[in-house]
Design a protein around this ligand. Structure first.
Ligand SMILES: [Ca+2]
Length: 132
């Protein structure tokens, strides 16, 4: 990109205005921090930033299958039916089309709710303990 022309020694020099083409910085939070199976977890990608043209698009991979096809809003929700660490990722696109991703692992516990998911989860946990 030519930003200006400078004259020196009888010659014109184009001065390029160098804009750092930095990728966006994706980031997100989720709550609750330690959900139980079946709990609605809220994800918020509004902490994401982008130097070039701001954040132009957001895409979520909530089911950890590698495709960002689950939601496109800054805030979204998901729930998990099994205990353990569930990776959730967001992909942020900036005004120049550059993309970057961030992943957080949601630690899902069985919880103590009298729900099928919770009871089934605790039973599976117990059986795993018994089986050694
Ligand atoms: Ca997905």
């Amino acid at each position: 990109m030519v930003g200006a022309v400078a004259r020196a020694g009888g010659q014109d020099f184009a001065i390029a205005r160098l804009e750092p083409d930095l990728p966006p910085n994706p980031a997100f939070t989720f709550a609750p921090a330690t959900p139980a199976v079946g709990d609605v977890v809220t994800f918020d990608a509004s902490p994401s930033t982008a130097v070039a043209g701001g954040v132009s698009a957001i895409a979520w991979d909530l089911d950890d299958e590698g495709t960002y096809d689950d939601a496109t809003a800054a805030m979204t929700t998901a729930s998990f039916t099994t205990r353990g660490g569930h990776p959730v990722s967001v992909r942020v696109t900036d005004g120049n089309g550059l993309q970057a991703t961030a992943t957080n692992v949601v630690p899902v516990a069985c919880g103590n709710a009298p729900s099928f998911l919770s009871v089934d989860c605790r039973l599976a946990e117990l059986l795993a303990t018994v089986d050694g």
